[in-house]
Design a protein around this ligand. Structure first.
Ligand code: NAP
Length: 237
């Protein structure tokens, strides 16, 4: 699926999972990788990497990036924030707004800007969500709401873009070993393995890729006994 004809665009490419998407795309032979970040900084030294400045909450910035990267065949909407905020926490309204701005509206803005070129090239889009798009963890309730909104967005985009030959994949990993989960003490996925799993899933037909034991376990639990799985999560401190 990834070869020298692949021109990928990765948001949030300066660190964490995004940096590993760039590395794994290069290792798989992608022809060009636009590595987009707010600070226009990437550590990888490879002639195929094109650094791009991008804040996905900024209309002009997104439009400019899409114009610059008009040959994109694979858009990876990876940028995201998690304020680790419960709904009744003092500053939750600000946290919830920031999470929706990036995780939902940012992804929507990117999808709208890149859709024409993906349609032209019968390309693909990976939206990096989280297994928390499917369940609520009260300690980060507004993050879950923003990822759930992004999952609905992804489903609608699939319906709109699918008839044009564009594959739209939701990646739903469990906890990953990046800055975002630095305080989580349970088992965490390796970011390079997570990127590989999402790229591998492009070759299949499924609309959702559950990545890692945590995501698989929760997805299975939801399929078998939705109420019990929700109850278990809702009682997690
Ligand atoms: N870590 C986990 O446990 C976990 C689990 C499931 C899903 N995910 C998802 O995986 C994706 C990558 O997260 P990560 O774990 O790599 O976290 P991370 O290390 O905190 O990286 C987040 C990335 O998103 C970028 N970003 C944030 N707001 C942005 C904006 N407005 N415009 C452009 N870029 C922006 C950050 O840029 P700056 O460096 O400029 O801040 C950074 O590059 C996210 O969508 C996250 O929700 C993570």
């Amino acid at each position: 699926m990834i070869d020298h004809n692949t021109v990928a665009f990765v948001s949030g490419a300066n660190r964490g999972l995004g940096a590993q998407f760039v590395a794994r795309l290069l290792a798989r032979g992608a022809g060009k990788v636009y590595a987009a970040s707010r600070a226009r900084h990437v550590d990888i030294d490879d002639a195929r990497v094109v650094p791009v400045t991008l804040d996905i909450t900024d209309d002009e910035c997104v439009t400019h990036a899409a114009r610059l990267a008009a040959d994109t065949t694979l858009l990876i909407n990876n940028a995201g924030v998690n304020r680790h905020s419960s709904f009744l926490a003092p500053l939750n309204i600000d946290d919830a707004r920031a999470e929706m701005d990036v995780n939902f509206f940012g992804t929507l803005r990117m999808a709208r800007a890149f859709a024409p070129m993906l349609i032209d090239r019968r390309g693909a889009m990976i939206n990096v969500l989280s297994i928390l798009a499917r369940v609520s963890l009260p300690a980060m309730g507004s993050l879950c709401a923003s990822k759930a909104a992004a999952l609905r967005l992804t489903e609608s985009l699939r319906a709109e873009l699918g008839p044009h030959g564009v594959r739209v994949l939701a990646a739903l990993p469990g906890a990953i070993d990046t800055d975002m989960s630095r305080d989580f003490e349970g088992p965490k996925l390796d970011p390079a393995d997570t990127a590989d799993a999402a790229l591998d899933a492009l070759a299949g037909m499924a609309g959702e890729a559950y990545i890692g034991a945590m995501a698989h376990g929760l997805a299975q639990g939801l399929a078998l006994d939705r109420a019990a799985t929700h109850a278990q999560l809702l009682s997690t401190p």
